[in-house]
Design a protein around this ligand. Structure first.
Ligand code: ZN
Length: 215
């Protein structure tokens, strides 16, 4: 499994038009949680965030929103932001553009049914491509409606072979002002994510950092 805890900047330059990191010199980080909402895990994340008045952004899978609308509602009610992560968590490299756009639309509909409303109609919605994979055609067709949110720090919490303490220290050391950090509110990542998140929150809170949702 290939990933980097800290995205090399060459990769960021090679793929313009994506949001990798927020431009700030303040002690602010943007935690993001992919693949929920699901029972147990997502509510656990909400409770941890609440301890520090931390806000985050959840990139939700439409089918999970459809199955767990009340959990999705709790994410919104707690003041977090939400973004689209397709309906069935599909890779843009494995389906054609028509199917991909349908996946995005279905996810957005599930979110809307469950109570999502973008207050400012001029504002772009948030999207994160599953597996970081979408084609330039797919992106071009979505660019008027969506900001593609990537990341500069990935915890690797989805990797069952990664030691939880190493997952924490590598993530902690990769974070800088304005970092967009990827974690997962999924069963697969739970063993590591539930170890890493409380430590990250406590460590950076102590140092005076603030945790914000993406604007
Ligand atoms: Zn995902």
């Amino acid at each position: 499994m290939l990933y980097w805890h800290k995205n090399p900047s060459i990769l960021m330059w090679a793929l313009p038009g994506y949001l990798w990191k927020m431009p700030t010199k303040e002690k602010v980080m943007y935690l993001t949680f992919d693949d929920g909402p699901i029972p147990e895990i997502t509510d656990w994340v909400l409770a941890e965030l609440k301890k520090y008045e931390a806000k985050a952004t959840f990139f939700v899978v439409g089918n999970n929103v459809k199955k767990n609308p009340e959990i999705f509602k709790r994410v919104l009610d707690a003041g977090h932001k939400v973004g689209n992560h397709t309906f069935n968590h599909v890779s843009g490299w494995k389906v054609n553009t028509e199917t991909y756009l349908k996946e995005v639309k279905s996810c957005q509909e599930a979110m809307d049914v469950a109570g999502f409303r973008e207050v400012n109609a001029d504002k772009k919605l948030l999207f994160r491509p599953p597996y970081m994979r979408s084609t330039s055609t797919q992106k071009a067709m979505m660019k008027n409606d969506y900001t593609f949110v990537m990341w500069d720090v990935i915890a690797g919490d989805f990797d069952p072979n990664l030691d939880p303490e190493l997952c924490y220290t590598k993530t902690r050391d990769a974070i800088s002002e304005g970092s967009i950090v990827v974690l997962h509110d999924s069963l697969k990542a739970a063993a590591r994510m539930q170890y890493v998140l409380p430590k990250l929150l406590a460590h950076f809170h102590e140092l005076g950092w603030v945790f914000k949702a993406l604007e």
